[in-house]
Write a protein that binds this ligand. Structure first.
Ligand code: ADP
Length: 588
């Protein structure tokens, strides 16, 4: 008897159950219903498949057909990814819009890469060369900022290049023919990769280089290493999106992948409208030339968020494999976790904490573990990094909830956004007492060599002044400021300066949004110098603190932001202020 065709037996929101699915594989892409909605098999038992559908399922019903495709959910990798805005399953939004207008129709397919566009492929390998996975076959100038490197596909070992040609090709045309053990393999510029599998590397390295973000509280106090993983938890309105976007604009990664899972309906639209008009402050080129965006607007179904996270990180790994510093921002991963919770609930799985599935922790870990500093596949000594920064939005800002806890377990830099600071309009609202970076020991050598030999001392002292401030504030609340000693008053005075003149940084100010690390250090050193000089006066009896406050150098310290390190690297502007501090305090 002929096997019965697969049909839908049940529809429950984004989850569809179909029978007669004996031919299907786990994680296979299927087309669901008469309209052919795109879905993925996420559970398979005796021919009964549970399918996560990445499009709106309203109106789909039992009895409608399901088609298997024989493929797992994959991304198409090749030139043309940069400058594109995708949905969660790598359909370019612009193409979808052209095909269907602003309101996405269902079942629309669109390839990830433009199949017609011709690229200038320049062969690097030569006929007769022996190549293996990860070796560079040729290059394409993808945008003015990024040279795309076409690599020998993963899995190919010791193959002879039978032919290779430079010239104009689209992504589907062959640029080379390889021969491994008598088996010929045509290679085009595009490749497919299943999004749930991490792309392989030769080996992982310790992340030891600073990701320069230009954010003072980040780079000086809680730095992130290139290849590291960081998280930004914070309640609604505390600045997660602004921080992620500022990082995407200014950090010194060469390629940015930005995944937006809209919190509010119009939020992603703002990003989509704003980003294409921004220019890279380092190069003056449009920022999109180094950026791939993945957008889940709020009218897209929740399941697509799940796919978008994997689509994004696979694209990021692909550029890492070419030898680039890549940074991925995911805003907000809580929306992804909620999607997991919803699907898991519909699958009637045993719920874990707060209804999230028991595998929330392992899925979160798998995602962040795809970050890293690596020796890329291939025979050269190409290195790449993939830094992952995830925002988390715990309801009410309570970090004990499962998504925050699971994220904190696997990320090493924690920028804790604080609603109190945001309410006081202290931005970035990164709480300096709660945040941390476990990359500090790894970065020690880099900071000493590239920022300053005494970076640690200056940072350490500034941190301890802030900590002392918080203790003294308690005392002041109890007994009033008059009970404080001169030294204690000075601690409060200096800590305030660290907060207001150094940590406060307006992301929307053209001059203030980005500060080079050398300048950050000079600013902090100047403030700390003021304390170290003035504290010499503190053991005098009957000293009038107002005299310190009235010193002209105090005004200069308050404006330390306005000083600059010159292009030649001269820091004399800061040194001059430090000399004035010594002179004026000495004269008291
Ligand atoms: P969240 O994503 O946490 O809900 P947003 O990133 O949307 O919060 O930030 C809320 C508001 O806070 C922004 O619209 C902006 O006015 C302000 N804000 C946050 N961070 C900064 C910053 N670094 N500089 C200036 N303003 C900021």
């Amino acid at each position: 008897m002929a096997e019965k065709a697969p049909v839908i037996v049940k529809v429950s929101g984004p989850l569809v159950v179909a029978e007669n699915m004996h031919q299907a594989q786990m994680y296979e892409v299927v087309r669901v219903g008469e309209e052919g909605l795109i879905g993925e098999v996420i559970r398979l038992e005796d021919g009964l498949a549970s399918i996560q559908v990445y499009e709106e399922t309203a109106g789909i019903g039992p009895g409608e057909p399901v088609q298997t495709t024989g493929q797992t959910l994959s991304v198409e990798l090749g030139p043309g990814l940069l400058e594109t805005i995708y949905d969660g399953i790598q359909r370019p939004l612009r193409i979808l819009e052209e095909k269907t207008g602003h309101f996405l129709a269902r079942g629309v397919t669109a390839t990830g890469l433009d199949q017609e566009r011709k690229w200038d492929f320049v062969a690097v390998a030569g006929t007769g060369d022996t190549v293996s996975e990860g070796d560079i076959l040729g290059t394409v100038q993808e945008t003015s900022l990024i040279e795309h490197r076409v690599l020998v596909p993963v899995g190919v070992k010791k193959a002879k290049v039978e032919s290779i040609k430079s010239g104009k090709f689209n992504v589907t045309e062959n640029v080379a023919v390889l021969n491994a053990d008598g088996k010929k393999k045509d290679v085009a510029m595009r490749q497919f990769w299943p999004i749930r599998n991490a792309r392989p590397v030769q080996s992982k390295r310790l992340p030891e280089e600073l990701l320069k973000t230009g954010g003072r509280s980040i780079d000086m106090f809680f730095p992130l290493a290139k290849g590291g993983a960081g998280c930004i938890p914070g309640p609604f309105g505390a600045g997660k999106t602004v921080t992620q976007q500022t990082l995407a604009k200014y950090c010194d990664a060469e390629v940015i992948v930005y995944i937006g899972c809209g919190e509010r309906g119009n939020e992603m639209t703002e990003v989509l409208n704003e980003f294409p008009h921004l220019t890279d402050p380092n190069t003056g080129e449009p920022l999109m030339r180094r950026t791939v965006m993945i957008a889940n607007t709020s009218n897209m179904p929740v399941a697509a968020r799940e796919a978008s996270v994997y689509t994004g990180i696979t694209i990021a790994e692909y550029y890492r494999d070419m030898g680039y510093h890549v940074a991925l921002m995911a805003d907000s991963t809580s929306r992804w976790a909620e999607a997991m919770r919803e699907i898991s609930g519909r699958l009637e799985e045993m719920p874990g904490e707060e209804g999230y599935p028991a595998y929330l922790g392992s899925k979160t870990a798998e995602f962040y573990e795809r970050a890293g500093s690596v020796n890329c596949l291939g025979s050269g000594d190409r290195k790449g990094t993939l830094t992952v920064i995830g925002a988390v939005s715990p309801p009410g800002g309570d970090l004990s909830e499962p998504v925050s806890q699971n994220t904190l377990r696997v990320t090493k830099t924690f920028w804790g956004l604080d609603s109190k600071l945001a309410y006081q309009r202290h931005f970035p609202a990164i709480n300096w007492l709660k945040s941390y970076s476990l990359y500090l020991p790894n970065l020690e050598k880099f900071m000493k060599e590239n920022v300053a030999q005494d970076y640690w001392d200056v940072r350490g002292q500034a941190m301890s002044l802030l900590q002392e401030e918080s203790k003294l504030e308690e005392i002041v609340k109890l007994v009033g400021p008059d009970a404080l000693s001169i030294r204690e008053k000075l601690v409060l005075f200096t800590a305030k300066s660290i907060r207001e003149d150094f940590l406060y940084q307006d992301s929307f100010s053209e001059t203030d949004a980005y500060t080079v690390p050398q300048k950050q250090y000079q600013m902090l050193k100047t403030i700390v110098t003021f304390f170290n000089e003035a504290v010499k006066l503190s053991d005098r009896d009957e000293f009038d603190f107002a005299k310190i406050e009235a010193l002209p150098c105090v005004q200069k310290v308050a404006k330390v932001k306005e000083l600059n390190v010159t292009e030649e690297g001269s820091v004399s502007a800061f040194e001059d202020v430090r000399k004035e501090i010594q002179k004026e305090v000495g004269a008291l």
